[in-house]
Structure formats: C-alpha cells, structure tokens
Design a protein around this ligand. Sequence first.
Ligand SMILES: NC(=O)c1ccc[n+]([C@@H]2O[C@H](COP(=O)([O-])OP(=O)(O)OC[C@H]3O[C@@H](n4cnc5c(N)ncnc54)[C@H](OP(=O)(O)O)[C@@H]3O)[C@@H](O)[C@H]2O)c1
Length: 350
Amino acid sequence: MSANLEKEAVSMASFAHGFRRQMFNGVPPIPEAIDLAGKTVLVTGSNIGLGLECARHFLRLRASRLVMAVRSLAKGEAAAAGLRDEFPGADIKVWELDMASFRSVQAFVARCERELPRGGRVDAAVLNAGLGMFGFERVAEGRRRETMLQVNYLATALLAILLLPRMKPATPSEGPGRLTLIGSDAALTAALPDPGEDEGTGLLDSVDRAEGFAGFAQYGVTKLLLTMFVARLASESVGAGDVVVNVANPGPTWGTELVAKTGPLAARLFTGVMFRVLGRSPADAARIYVHSNQVLGRESHGSYTEWLVRAWPPMMYTEEGRRLGERLWDETMRELSFAKVEEVLEDLKR
Ligand SMILES: NC(=O)c1ccc[n+]([C@@H]2O[C@H](COP(=O)([O-])OP(=O)(O)OC[C@H]3O[C@@H](n4cnc5c(N)ncnc54)[C@H](OP(=O)(O)O)[C@@H]3O)[C@@H](O)[C@H]2O)c1
C-alpha cells in the first residue's frame, strides 16, 4: 500500500525516477487469465485517448458490457462504431456524462441503476475523463468552480461515491468492485496553498482563484486533491472487500488530446514534442489503467498505482499533508452534500 511507502516517496517523485521509468520500463502485458466475461465495465471519457484504449483493453479481456460515458454522444458513437466492429459480441452502450455538471453526474448514475442488469451492478469502472487547461474558466453550474477543479476533482469524487453502492458485491461470489481514478505525475510535486485555520477561507476556495492562475500547476493540484481524496475514502469509508479503489498514473502519453485542445500554439508544440520523446503510446499507457483496475488487488486500496503500487506524493506523508487531507475531506463532503454523499457512504458500511 502507498501508506507504507513513505521512505520511497521523495525519490519516486523525482524527475530522474520518472524519466528512467518512462524511457526504460515497459508496461507489462495483462495476464491472460483475467477474464471479464459476464461483467459490466464503465469508462468515462472513452471516446478518445487513454479512455478509448482502456475500453478496448477491457473488451479484449472479454467484458460482456461496456458503458462509454462521454460528454458528446456523436463522438462517443463514432468511437463505439469502431469497437463494435472489433468486438461484435459485446454490448456497447454510449451514455451522456458531462463532468462539468453535477446534475449530469447524478443523472448518469441514476441511469446506471435503472438500465444496467443485476440491479445496476458495475463490476469495474475507470474514471478517466479529465482535462488540462491553460486559461482560467468557470463551469456554468452550482458554485461555478474553476473547470479543472470541477471536472478533474469534484465531479470525479462525486461520481466515485455515487457509483460505490452499484459496485459493492451483492453476494460473496461476485467479488469486490474495482474502481480506478486517474491521477498524474503532475500531482507528485504539486503544492497546495495553506488556507490556515480560518474557517472562512476554504482549501477548495484557495485553489479556485483567477489571480495568479497557472494552468499546469492547477492541473497538478486537481490530481493531488484526487489522490488525497482516494486515500481518505479507502482508509475510512469503503473496505477493500467491497470495492478496491485506487488512483492510476498513466505517465506522459503521446497522441491524446489532453493538451491539444486549448492553449497557445507554442505550449502545445512544446508539450507535443516532449510527450513524443518521453511519452508512451495510448495503448501502453492504458494498460497501466487495466493493471491498476484488474491486476492489482487489495494491496492497492487507497494507493497511487502504475502496474505496481507506488508512494503517494511526498506531501501526503507530512503532518501538514495529513491536516490538509482531513480538511479537504470535510470540505468535499460539504460541497457534495446536495447529493447526500455522507449518507451514501454510511449506507455502504451496512
Ligand atoms: N496524456 C497524458 O500524458 C496524461 C498523463 C497523465 C494523466 N493523464 C490523464 O489521463 C486522462 C485521459 O487523458 P487523455 O490524455 O486521454 O486526454 P484526452 O484525449 O483529451 O481525453 C480526455 C477525455 O476526457 C473527456 N472529458 C473532458 N472534459 C470532460 C467533461 N467535462 N465531461 C466528460 N468528459 C470530459 C474528453 O471528452 P471530449 O473528447 O468530449 O473532450 C475525452 O474523452 C485524464 O484524466 C488525464 O488527466 C493523461
């Protein structure tokens, strides 16, 4: 578990370690024994990039039903058409999910409950949808949070919590659900502003400011928040016997649209070249998702993972990191209270 890897955290977060891993360590193949026949798998943001490759890996592992959760049905259907040709035996559904909207997240989970067989059971889910933005923008809904904070962190946390009851096994023979959220190397060195003890200034508010906004730093912050959230979720709220929850880091990956959609041309060219040199292919990187989700077991619960369990970002082992982690949890519960998230988590323990 990442909780036991404090001694390795600083070296694992170093550029040298990341460089060596990217350049010289291939992602191992997925063991052939893994068989998802009869299972329902869900991947968010699966019309393109890593999400689409993850969906393809799951279908190669014979998943019977795939839910592609996408914000554009047209793009989702175009991607699904290719997968349906490749895997004619699978039931591939394309359902709308816009992570910029909490209402969309709630409607999506309600649809899972209504329309998926076995009481809406989801056996495995990879919450991959995410974005990197250069400029400061706010979503249109609710407290109008900054877009990456909303999509990469808040809506992903909400979706994870609401899916948990659908993933908990109804009978012991079903085995625990497998839930993987997607992190990033950028979380390893991200710094959180300390909002101090003043209750009036929230941690979430302190990372929701247009002044001094820097897109890459904010991206790392949102992925750090997600990693802290999963650690707390797994340690206090959900047992690994019910749902194994972890955060997978694909590492730099070329050929996706993560930085291609926004930002100045020079920045896109720079990251494009850097990712080509350092990065993995989407198919290789998505194999990391499948390792985290299907190959690693209870030892990965609450952890930061690749094809093995790695240390959390170093700040999470510090006193300040622990204090901010508690604060983040409390604020997240308050922010998502409209969806009765604390009751959902309490019910899960019954
Ligand atoms: N590529 C890398 O080097 C790298 C490294 C570390 C971590 N990651 C993480 O890996 C994940 C996938 O990234 P990628 O590189 O495959 O990028 P990508 O090609 O841009 O794919 C991102 C996916 O997320 C979807 N998405 C974005 N905003 C959304 C929203 N509001 N609601 C629903 N879906 C939304 C996109 O949908 P649209 O197509 O409709 O925009 C797309 O399907 C992200 O979480 C990213 O942070 C990537």
